[in-house]
Design a protein around this ligand. Sequence first.
Ligand code: IDP
Ligand code: MG
Length: 139
Amino acid sequence: MATNRTFTMLKPDAIENGHMGKIIDMIIEAGFDIKAMKYTKLTEDQAKEFYAVHAERPFYGELVEYMTSGPIVAAILEKDNAVEDFRTLIGATNPAEAAEGTVRKLYAESIGRNAVHGSDSDENAEIEGKFHFTAAEIF
Ligand code: IDP
Ligand code: MG
């Protein structure tokens, strides 16, 4: 996968609270092209593997439970400087610290239930994209 791509998930709270359409609109308005998109639900094994890097953190169990609590939207997005620009669009992990106008400032409930995931590096964007999509599902 090229380095102008990132991976996102609209998390269960965003779907539950009816923010799916508004967040997808913000993503498109910000200039990201959707290369792949799927409305799905993570299994416990998938959530554990996706967040394995956080396995030793105190919130890991809560995070896995939350991420499997309802459907998500997974997507691969393309844009120049995709990883960094997407992290700017979504804002800080904790919505209390997120900049005005960011997705998390507008729609996140809390540091845990924070509406959206964004890859933190080109390397992880590729790993995470491949975790959710086969080559034939990426346009
Ligand atoms: P990021 O999503 O902004 O990259 P990470 O530090 O990678 O943030 O954490 C992954 C996810 O774990 C967060 O998006 C959030 O859902 C959850 N999380 C992070 N820190 C906390 C915490 O202190 N309490 C509860 N959940 C947390
Ligand atoms: Mg992260």
